[in-house]
Write a protein that binds this ligand. Structure first.
Ligand SMILES: [Zn+2]
Length: 476
């Protein structure tokens, strides 16, 4: 009997790794496929697992299917290759292009961390080593194989798969896996991360397809549960956003927006353009200060098959965001520093999204002490990050070793998430053409997964369980 084993994103939101083995749980090994190969992030207890070998030797895994280019789904691939994996990694071509920027960048950060620990002697490992290097990350890109949405790929006589749109970020897909054994076929659906509904008002600024593929059929579903215990606000955030920006402009201040370089920055840039062109905010200079965001826009422009209708219209009307008048994309550190001297008012979008590092730090250090400015959060701020400290009405925040007073106004809009919330998930699950025999919830904090399990049982009558780390599940 074939089985699935949860090697990550079980009990936590990071480290997505789900193994399908066509052999049996007692040890007979069949064909082995890993769905996603993500990095554990956040609390140390989970991050330490990045350093452990997989329970199955990497060289015995035959293939990887990757749902999308977020690090918590793809960031362990270079390590898997380092440990001996030699098979193909299947992904859509936008996902492969995005991995081409996020994986080498991750390798670079791993090397920087190792250098920092060696300098400060803060690590118990001597010398501290990177999980993988920039070069190792770059080399593993050769193993990626592009797959079109809807194309069937046969991995072995028993197992094939197809991608269906997940509408989470550029290139993101669910994996529909078909397993045929002893004349019997079973469909397994791995959702990866699921995007928002089609409604523009409650999920504004979708630059890629909105709404996950409907009408799925599955015997077993492995589904994300990030927002299992909270719903997104249902009102259109654009009027509030326009008011916040216009108000700051009137006061002569600047708006500082910490944002993830991939997807969120592009989404926000398109929203600003819309607000400017429709006269809802003044024509302020917009600075996009992140080299990775520039690369992400370039990749985005190469994949018009991914655009939403609104995006298609915007690009038809105004051309490439990289050339919009009044929008400046800073790539070099010098250009980044020049923004500090820029005349107010302006909008500055920079990463990292939770202000844990990156260029946003020097902008915060410069602009937080001035009450005319606004820091606007458009993404989740994890406890323990600088973003969380600033958002929690603290008086000061430590940046580059100094305590910086927070006198700027601070606001947060929660509508820009790229994950479906429980009402949206239910709306999507209602489109299924059958009732799966079993559903396992992954990619959620324990209380979020548990609450979503209860909601799904109650609303759909499905057999739903929360996946446990390292648990093996026989197929129905
Ligand atoms: Zn994701």
């Amino acid at each position: 009997m074939a089985y699935i084993q949860f090697l990550g994103a079980a009990g936590t939101v990071t480290g997505s790794k789900h193994l399908i083995n066509t052999g049996d749980p007692s040890g007979k090994s069949g064909f082995q496929v890993l769905i996603d190969c993500g990095l554990f992030q956040g609390p140390k207890e989970w991050r330490e697992r990045n350093w452990r070998d997989t329970p199955v030797p990497a060289k015995e895994i035959d293939a990887v299917i990757l749902t999308h280019a977020h690090l918590d789904h793809c960031g362990w691939i270079p390590r898997l290759v380092k440990e001996g994996f030699r098979g193909p990694i299947y992904a859509t071509s936008p996902t492969i292009d995005l991995c081409g920027i996020v994986l080498p960048d991750s390798g670079h950060l791993q090397e920087e961390d190792a250098r920092f620990y060696n300098k400060t002697k803060k690590s118990k490992h001597d010398p501290a080593l990177p999980l993988y290097t920039f070069e190792e990350a770059q080399n593993c890109l050769q193993s990626f194989k592009p797959v079109q949405v809807g194309e069937t790929v046969t991995l072995s006589p028993e197992i094939s798969f197809r991608f269906a749109r997940a509408a989470h970020i550029l290139g993101s897909c669910m994996a529909e896996v078909t397993l045929t054994q002893n004349g019997r076929s079973r469909r397994l659906l791995f959702t990866g991360d699921i995007g928002r509904v089609r409604d523009h008002k409650v999920a504004p600024g979708k630059v890629v397809h909105s709404g996950p593929a409907e009408g799925e059929i599955a015997d077993l579903v492995v589904m994300e549960s990030t927002y299992g215990n909270r719903a997104h606000p249902k009102e259109d955030p654009l009027p509030e956003l326009a008011e916040l920006i216009s108000d700051i402009a009137k006061r002569g201040g600047s708006v500082l927006v910490p944002a993830f370089a991939i997807e969120r920055t592009q989404k926000f840039v398109f929203i600003l353009k819309h607000l400017i062109e429709s006269g809802q905010i003044p024509r302020l200079p917009v600075f996009c200060d992140s080299p990775m965001a520039i690369k992400a826009v370039e990749i985005f422009l190469q994949h018009d098959e991914e655009y939403s209708e609104e995006t298609r219209d915007m690009i038809r009307k105004y051309g490439s965001p990289l050339k919009w008048p009044g929008f400046t994309f800073a790539s070099t550190p010098e250009e980044s520093k020049q923004i500090n001297a820029a005349m107010m008012p302006s909008v500055i979008i920079s990463s990292s999204g939770m202000a844990t590092g990156g260029r946003i730090l020097h902008h915060l250090a410069q602009r937080l002490p001035d009450p005319r400015n606004l820091v606007l959060f458009i993404g989740f701020q994890a406890p323990g990050t600088r973003g969380f400290t600033i958002k929690s009405n603290s008086d000061v925040v430590k940046i580059y070793g100094d305590y910086v007073p927070i006198r700027a106004k601070v606001a947060a809009l929660e509508q820009f998430s790229d994950h479906a919330d429980p009402p949206e998930l239910l709306q999507w699950l209602h489109t299924f053409r059958n009732q799966p025999a079993a559903t396992y919830l992954v990619h959620g904090e324990p209380n979020a997964s548990a609450l979503l399990r209860d909601t799904m049982k109650k609303e759909l009558g499905w057999n739903v369980q929360v996946a446990q780390y390292l648990e093996k599940v026989e197929l129905p």
